[in-house]
Design a protein around this ligand. Structure first.
Ligand code: E4P
Length: 217
């Protein structure tokens, strides 16, 4: 499973990238707004760091506007994936951009039917939002599982990019289901390293190090 990092913060991307943890980056208008940076400028900077797909989202709501914005975003770098919302206009834009050879990430997916339409429209990635479904008491992981089944049934090549990841548990569950990619905030990727027994075991070892006066250097 590929790891994308869901942030527009350059320092966070650099830190995880240095560890080989970043196969790509996703941004959205809220993350760009949070960064306080110009969208074109910060997206270019991210593309200079990461060679994998970098999602940059359109902000127009009509197909013509989305297409014009998508084409402009695609010019930033070869690894741009234009992100469009899962609306009818978004699907129209997805089809045109995909036919032009641009990677497209169809976002704000909350149902298997939406995922099916995105695949038919030639999406490179479909982004089902797990956490936001969980928030309204619908099992987000079940949606990932359903999309995996549907895409496998028919050999769709659209990659399942599990999004709105809120916990380390979401990451391992997505890996078990067979999501192609998970995009997660840096803190969730770091939390994957945590285990209470690791902390406890290390505390025990350190107590013995102190008692026995063990030194290495
Ligand atoms: C994905 O591409 C989105 O940017 C993101 O995962 C949304 O997550 P949120 O529901 O935590 O805002």
């Amino acid at each position: 499973m590929k790891f994308f990092v869901d942030t527009a913060e350059i320092d966070e991307i650099k830190e995880l990238h240095a560890l080989g943890m970043v196969d790509g980056v996703t941004t959205n208008p809220s993350l760009i707004a949070k960064s306080g940076r110009d969208i074109l400028e910060v997206t270019k900077e991210i593309c200079d760091i990461v060679s994998g797909p970098v999602s940059a989202e359109v902000v127009a709501l009509d197909a013509e506007g989305m297409l014009a914005e998508g084409r402009k975003l695609a010019k930033i770098a070869d690894n741009i994936a234009v992100k469009v919302p899962l609306t009818w206009a978004g699907l129209q834009t997805c089809k045109t951009l995909s036919d032009e050879g641009t990677m497209v990430n169809v976002t704000l997916c909350f149902s298997a039917n939406q995922a099916l339409l995105a695949a038919k429209a030639g999406a490179t990635f479909i982004s089902p939002f797990i956490g936001r479904l969980d928030d309204i008491n619908i099992d987000g992981l079940e949606l990932i599982d359903d999309i995996r089944t549907i895409y496998d049934n028919y050999g769709f090549e659209t990659q399942i990019l599990a999004a709105s990841i809120r916990s380390a548990n979401h990451m391992s569950e997505c890996a078990k289901i067979g999501a192609d990619v998970c995009t997660a905030p840096p803190k969730v990727i770091k939390a994957m390293a945590d285990h209470v027994l690791t902390d406890k075991g290390l505390a025990g070892f350190m107590a013995d190090v102190k008692k026995a006066g063990i030194t290495i250097l």
